[in-house]
Design a protein around this ligand. Structure first.
Ligand code: B4P
Length: 195
């Protein structure tokens, strides 16, 4: 099994690149943002709780997203590997993920960290907000709150994986194709090592 984390601040291109990477490598895409938005669309109790945090640009509580990922892993026993997109976003989530994967006798092979300047992030998200219908992309105040939340709680996740030498930083500015090629190079190296 080959599992990777696509890491980076909101708007860094995680969702965009994940779509292409899962096709090339046959991995199962697990995006906590997508799962939460589908819970909101279905007006479930979980979705209603999550919406109150997402609309303010805050992270949803750890126990909610860890439970979601645990169920998703159980629901995909035949997967060749997982691409985690937008998860883990706190050190507690990273530790929980490591435990869940070790129960399945597997682990994270690599964390690919997309690096993008703050002004570019704000520009991309507000631009997407014009058409996406995502309420967290429409106001600059909420977009900036998400970036603050990233620095306060999420950037530490990269430090957590650095201690295991699993982080590769990738320049996340440039064309989608250029960034895709840079990501694939790193994945191919780690896949070679895993054989
Ligand atoms: P997510 O759904 O994960 O969304 P995101 O961080 O905003 O980034 P996304 O990956 O979708 O966007 P992308 O960079 O691809 O999270 C939303 C919210 O859910 C969070 O704020 C939080 O409240 C909650 N949540 C999710 N997971 C959680 C967790 N684990 N714990 C707690 N809470 C959680 O793309 C952005 C834009 O950039 C797009 O318009 C795209 O077209 C554009 N773009 C991409 N690549 C580009 C490039 N190279 N050049 C120019 N534009 C580009």
């Amino acid at each position: 099994m080959f599992n990777l984390i696509l890491f980076g601040p909101p708007g860094s291109g995680k969702g965009t690149q994940s779509e292409n990477l899962i096709k090339k490598y046959g991995l199962k895409h697990l995006s906590t943002g997508d799962i939460l938005r589908s819970e909101i669309a279905g007006q479930t109790a979980l979705g209603l709780e999550a919406k109150s945090f997402m609309d303010k640009g805050q992270l949803v509580p750890d126990e909610v997203v860890i439970g979601m990922i645990s169920s998703a892993l159980e629901a995909n026993p035949e997967a060749a590997g997982f691409l985690f997109d937008g998860f883990p976003r706190t050190t507690a989530q990273a530790e929980a993920l490591d435990k869940l994967l070790s129960l399945k006798k597997t682990e994270i092979a690599v964390v690919l960290a997309l690096e993008v300047s703050e002004e570019e992030l704000v520009k991309r998200l507000l631009n997407r907000g014009k058409t996406s219908g995502r309420s967290d992309d429409t106001s600059e105040e909420i977009v900036r709150a998400r970036i603050v939340e990233y620095h306060a709680k999420t950037s530490a996740v990269a430090d957590y994986y650095r201690q295991f030498d699993k982080v590769e930083s990738i320049k996340g500015e440039g064309s989608v194709d250029e960034i895709f090629d840079a990501l694939c190079k790193q994945i191919d190296v780690r896949m070679e090592e895993a054989i």
